[in-house]
Design a binder for this molecule. Structure first.
Ligand SMILES: *Cc1c(COP(=O)(O)O)cnc(C)c1O
Length: 480
């Protein structure tokens, strides 16, 4: 432990302060019955104590600005700093949400609507949803409203593939639908033969991700779209990770009716820790009048057809929308295409370079991400317990890399899901490949090196269940 690793409460010394307020304080104006009986038990520290404490804390964390972050299904790509500069401009940051008629704000929404429509093949977007899952819920509400407006009330079920992101079935359940699971085939794609018997008059629609959560492009998407439409259902597209398709193909052209995008993944906004995010929802022409009533109100309701109600206050997360707008403008039409190509190239490069050491269950060309199923040689031949995916992930931390997504998707027992994103150089990818090979060699020789990793992180192996169920997030004063 370094001397500055102490808690800020332990640094506290009675009477020490890091501020000085003018003599004439406002306390005189606060009625006595409202003021505290005793002082707040805050740490008493100097300015330098506070600065060092928080700066050191920030360095115990890991982010895309610190190093490579190949977290599958999360698109942890680098976020250009100009996005931040634009979003932080006083002219935007100082706006009051009731200033809804400002021409500049209107213009941003209007241009984003057009840009996302061009990228996705949808007709119009709402920018109200504040996360991917919030977008899913909004999209499903539109699906429900569409069937209700037609008096088609028997459609209570939504089909979700077994490889789907967990938010898909969760959003469908929150929206009041029953979930029907469709299986993947051996190639990791939606099994059309398994889908056919599920379709019928109770199906409201299907939620799909393409490329799916294994990073594979659904080859039968046209047939699936025709089958679902034929039975009267709608197609929902989860576009949280649309990187590889940017400028290549469009969900609207594949037959999807409703979709969401995660601006805080695909369109380069820092994310994690619960927000803020933005999950705009786009719909095809025949559903455009059902979009939630927007401040911009681009698509008026059709008389007699109820719209979906408001799903968030005012403009949605305008700051995130501005960052995505800047990102799109900075790339321009031609370079948007490069993002998709590079995301795909990087993932395939890592996959091919490491398949001699890690099990590759689906050995085809992938899109922006792919899944390994653990080590080929886990070291169990040494007589010690074999190294698992968790052990590999923990050991990566010792080498300064963030771990990939592990144990997801649930289709494989030792899933290790890698998404390099398009913002990494070949040198960074090579270093990662090198380290992954080193770790595989360590596992084969002595898996215990991995079992006890990480050796260099501030915390090594917390009990994950207790950490999730009973997190200790604040200072516990033993004397209280
Ligand atoms: C991240 C993600 C979501 C959910 O997005 P949030 O903003 O975290 O709610 C949904 N689907 C997929 C495929 C994702 O990767």
């Amino acid at each position: 432990m370094k001397y500055y690793d102490k808690l800020i409460f332990e640094l506290s010394r009675e009477g020490r302060t890091g501020y000085s307020l003018p003599k004439a304080s406002a306390s005189a104006a606060i009625p006595a019955e409202l003021s505290r009986e005793s002082a707040l038990p805050l740490p008493e520290v100097s300015e330098v104590d506070v600065v060092r404490h928080y700066t050191n804390l920030s360095q115990m964390n890991f982010g895309v600005d610190t190093g490579f972050y190949p977290l599958g299904s999360c698109t942890m790509k680098y976020n250009p700093k100009i996005n931040e500069e634009i979003a932080n401009m006083a002219a935007f940051g100082g706006l009051h949400p009731l200033d809804d008629q400002l021409p500049g704000v209107d213009m941003v929404y209007d241009e984003m609507d057009k840009a996302l429509a061009a990228i996705t093949g949808m007709k119009h977007f709402t920018f109200k949803p504040c996360a991917g899952a919030h977008g899913e819920l909004t999209g499903l509400m539109i699906m429900k409203q569409y069937h209700q407006n037609r008096g088609d009330l028997a459609r209570t079920k939504v089909i979700v593939p077994d490889s789907a992101h967990g938010t898909n079935p969760a959003s469908a359940a929150v929206c009041g639908f029953d979930i029907v699971e469709v299986k993947s085939n051996a190639a990791g794609l939606v099994d059309v033969e398994d889908l056919k018997p599920l379709l019928g008059p109770e199906i409201a629609g299907i939620m799909m991700t393409n490329p799916n959560t294994l990073g594979l492009f659904e080859k039968d998407i046209k047939e699936i779209a025709a089958l679902v439409h034929e039975c009267g259902g709608l197609l929902y597209y989860d576009g949280a990770n649309m990187n590889p398709l940017l400028g290549m193909v469009r969900p609207g052209d594949m037959g999807f009716d409703i979709m969401h995008l995660n601006l805080h993944k695909t369109f380069s906004t820092p994310h994690g820790g619960g927000g803020p995010g933005s999950g705009p929802v786009g719909v095809c022409e025949r559903l455009a009048h059902l979009l939630p009533a927007d401040i911009q109100n681009r698509v008026p309701a059709i008389p007699g057809e109820e719209k979906v109600g408001s799903v968030s206050g005012f403009h949605g997360n305008f700051g995130i929308i501005l960052r995505a707008y800047t990102y799109i403008l900075m790339l321009g039409r031609e370079n948007v295409k490069m993002a998709g190509k590079l995301a795909t190239l990087g993932a395939n490069y890592i996959k091919e370079s490491l398949k001699d050491a890690y099990k590759l269950p689906i050995p085809t060309v992938c899109k922006h991400e792919f899944v390994f199923d653990g080590l080929i040689d886990d070291g169990s031949a040494t007589g010690k317990p074999g190294a698992t995916t968790l052990d590999v992930a923990k050991r990566l931390l010792d080498f300064g890399f963030h771990a990939p997504t592990i144990y997801f998707p649930l289709l494989f027992h030792q899933a290790l899901m890698i998404e390099p994103t398009e913002t990494e150089s070949k040198e960074t990818l090579d270093e990662f490949i090198d380290v992954m090979h080193k770790i595989a060699a360590e596992a084969a020789q002595d898996p215990d090196i991995l079992h006890s990793a990480p050796h260099s992180a501030p915390i090594s192996r917390p009990d994950e269940t207790t950490a999730a169920r009973k997190p200790v997030l604040k200072y516990q004063d033993e004397t209280e």
